[in-house]
Design a protein around this ligand. Structure first.
Ligand code: ADP
Ligand code: 5GP
Length: 223
């Protein structure tokens, strides 16, 4: 696996924000709110081999494709990360994400825990956020309410949810999606605060230092 920190498109540019959580917790709903509320944020569109749900449009919710095409793309190393989730392939197209980051946009990846672990290994400076349901009972209610899954698919998603919740400990932040507006505000606050981190803004200090003729070397700013 390549070392992303050496990849020019990922250094000193936009930040990568990874959002995970069990199916039905509200990730899609929250991400749509987020995109409308924060500027300079790009929501990555994944590729998948699952069938579109009613209302989903190719290229908007996902790039829907055959298993054969997905496997060809794996071989050609076209994914930033990919995983098999609920018996289907899902993956993040590398070229689009790198392009957005290199243009200075922050990129949100709404991906499962396996994909998030791959991203964390290669890009630990990313921001990792886990969305939690208020209870397992409410989670099941939401999956049923969405009306997109068969009985067996609901059972599979609930079974996987237990493992996904255990993986929450690997994330930097947890957002409880009880009240939708409060959860969206918390998510928004995390991203805005991360944008203000000193480590992401050394260029401000350097520029000001240069203005008053001081040689502010970044290597001397050690905290
Ligand atoms: P995910 O993308 O995590 O699979 P969705 O965004 O599709 O989940 O949400 C699943 C269902 O739960 C949808 O019907 C959505 O409207 C509903 N939902 C999302 N957040 C909340 C919330 N805070 N309270 C009640 N229902 C919610
Ligand atoms: P759904 O079929 O409900 O849209 O998504 C099922 C699961 O696949 C969710 O946990 C979602 O986060 C995950 N997922 C969506 N896109 C990707 C992706 O590109 N990579 C990985 N690893 N998981 C994804």
């Amino acid at each position: 696996m390549e070392n992303w920190s050496n990849n020019k498109s990922l250094s000193n540019k936009g930040m990568l924000i990874v959002i995970s959580g069990p199916s039905g917790v509200g990730k899609g709903t929250l991400c749509k709110l987020l995109i409308n509320r924060i500027e300079n944020l790009y929501l990555s569109v994944s590729a998948t081999t699952r069938s579109p749900r009613p209302g989903e449009i190719n290229g908007r919710e996902y790039f829907f494709m055959s298993r054969q095409l997905f496997e060809e793309k794996i071989k050609k190393d076209e994914f930033l990360e990919w995983a098999k989730v609920y018996n289907n392939y899902y993956g993040t197209p590398k070229d689009i994400v790198f392009k957005q980051l290199s243009e200075g946009k922050d990129v949100v990846l709404e991906i499962d825990i396996q994909g998030a672990a791959q991203v964390k290994k290669n890009y630990p400076q990313g921001v990792f956020i886990f969305i939690s349901p208020p209870s397992m009972e409410e989670l099941k209610r939401r999956i049923i309410k969405r009306g997109s899954e068969t009985e067996s698919s609901i059972e599979l998603r609930m079974k996987c949810a237990a493992d996904e919740i255990k993986a929450a400990l690997e994330y930097d932040y947890i957002v409880l999606n009880d009240d939708l507006n409060r959860a969206a505000l918390n998510l928004q606050s995390i991203i805005l605060a991360e944008r203000c981190k000193m480590s992401r803004n050394m260029n401000i200090i350097q520029r000001l230092g240069e203005e008053f003729g001081n040689d502010v070397s970044l290597s001397r700013l050690t905290y």
